[in-house]
Design a protein around this ligand. Structure first.
Ligand SMILES: Nc1ncnc2c1ncn2[C@@H]1O[C@H](COP(=O)(O)OP(=O)(O)OP(=O)(O)O)[C@@H](O)[C@H]1O
Length: 360
């Protein structure tokens, strides 16, 4: 056989086994509603993929197709390289154990202790008691809840309940952790600590995580890649920093909402579309372009005034992502045009927001 053919086939096989999840053109209708309308995506081993969408976008249907609770009308669902969408219940059982799940409302059994909740997946697998207790103790240590082993869920805070949920999801050493709005019922501080724990587990154990959320803040703090879904379709997909820096679709921009820097409301309220003595620009710059001394270069290249009225440089996935609001005084259209041309030549995106009489 052709050596080149063997090498490329092996490379393709290897790439396929690196994908913990691979969805191919998934479609699922409910009557007139296309809940999934041709979803294709992969989740690579060790990565955190965030799926975000508004209510009704198709997120739950997608999750249900992944764990075999829903069958797509057409398309394929590969988990660790195995197509599962046509399997019967018996064949699905061992594959479901490869997927741990955490939920918005934790789904703990109130009549069981914390350690018994954590060990439950192992009990279902028929593991001996000593092994179950040992694993539960390890996992409670991992989620910093060892002292609550004998407590009942009712005596725990929301954050502690979710830690138990995470420990239980990891009990059977899954290949994939599915998180379905796992922080939506928690306050901001507890949300941060749960997300930090998930990120830690992702790094320490190399665990692959697919998380579903309607909150961009969740995506920003934990995901490597994001897929935005709307009306059953992926409308945008990419590394988190680049989607935050340069959202391509209106839906993404809307979901980003206040997570992206905005002009302070008191200044935004004074913007006029066509008159005023100063022009206010929004300048977005990210990645390599944001490492350059953009403003001093602008001042050197284009004589004449401009002022910074708001903004700054943030870091997402260690990439600089900046938004600057500049105000350019005067009615000299060519000065304004030169500034815009210079900024665009430095890979910045520039938007004229309007005009003000006095920006500060
Ligand atoms: N069993 C069902 N029968 C009829 N319609 C359904 C069913 N399941 C989902 N749908 C419809 O499919 C679309 C996608 O629903 P889905 O629950 O997947 O969205 P979602 O993004 O998870 O929403 P939410 O964030 O509100 O949970 C919606 O229009 C919903 O009404």
């Amino acid at each position: 056989m052709d050596q080149h053919f063997i090498a490329t086939t092996e490379a393709a096989d290897q790439a396929a086994t690196q994908d913990v999840v691979r969805l191919v053109d998934l479609k699922r209708r409910f009557g007139q509603t296309a809940a999934l309308d041709g979803i294709s995506l992969t989740v690579r081993k060790g990565e955190v993929l965030g799926i975000i969408g508004r209510s009704g976008a198709g997120k739950s249907t997608l999750i249900r197709c992944l764990n075999g609770l829903e069958r797509p009308d057409t398309g394929e669902v590969f988990i660790e390289g195995r197509e599962i969408s046509r399997l019967g219940e018996r064949e699905l059982q061992p594959l479901r154990r490869r997927i741990g799940m955490i939920f918005q409302h934790f789904n703990l059994l109130s009549a069981k202790t914390v350690e018994d909740n954590v060990a439950l997946p192992l009990k279902i697998e028929g593991r001996p008691k000593a092994e179950r207790l040992k694993r539960a103790a390890e996992l409670l240590d991992l989620v910093c809840l060892s002292e609550k082993a004998k407590a009942y869920p009712a005596s725990l805070s929301g954050g502690q309940k979710q830690r138990v949920g995470i420990a239980r999801a990891l009990a059977a050493r899954p290949a994939l952790l599915l998180s379905d709005e796992a922080t939506s019922a928690l306050d901001p501080e507890t949300t941060r600590s749960i997300l930090a724990l998930l990120k830690d587990i992702n790094r320490q154990l190399g665990l692959t995580i697919l998380l579903i959320t309607h909150e961009m803040e969740v995506i920003r703090s934990i995901a490597d890649r994001v897929a935005v879904i709307d009306a059953g379709r992926i409308v945008e997909e990419g590394p988190v920093w680049s989607v935050f820096a340069d959202p391509q679709s209106d839906i993404t921009r809307r979901l980003l909402g206040t997570v992206r820097p905005q002009l302070p409301p008191e200044l935004a309220a004074r913007l006029l579309p066509g008159a005023g003595t100063e022009t206010v620009l929004r300048v977005d710059v990210a990645g390599e372009a944001a490492r350059e001394p953009l403003l001093s270069d602008l001042a050197a290249a284009v004589p004449g005034p401009f002022r910074l009225v708001h903004g700054g440089i943030d870091h997402i996935q260690r990439q600089p992502v900046g938004t600057l609001f500049l105000s350019v005084p005067g009615s000299d259209a060519s000065h304004l045009a030169e500034i815009i041309t210079f900024l665009k030549s430095r890979q910045a995106r520039v938007e004229v927001l309007g005009h003000v009489a006095d920006p500060v």
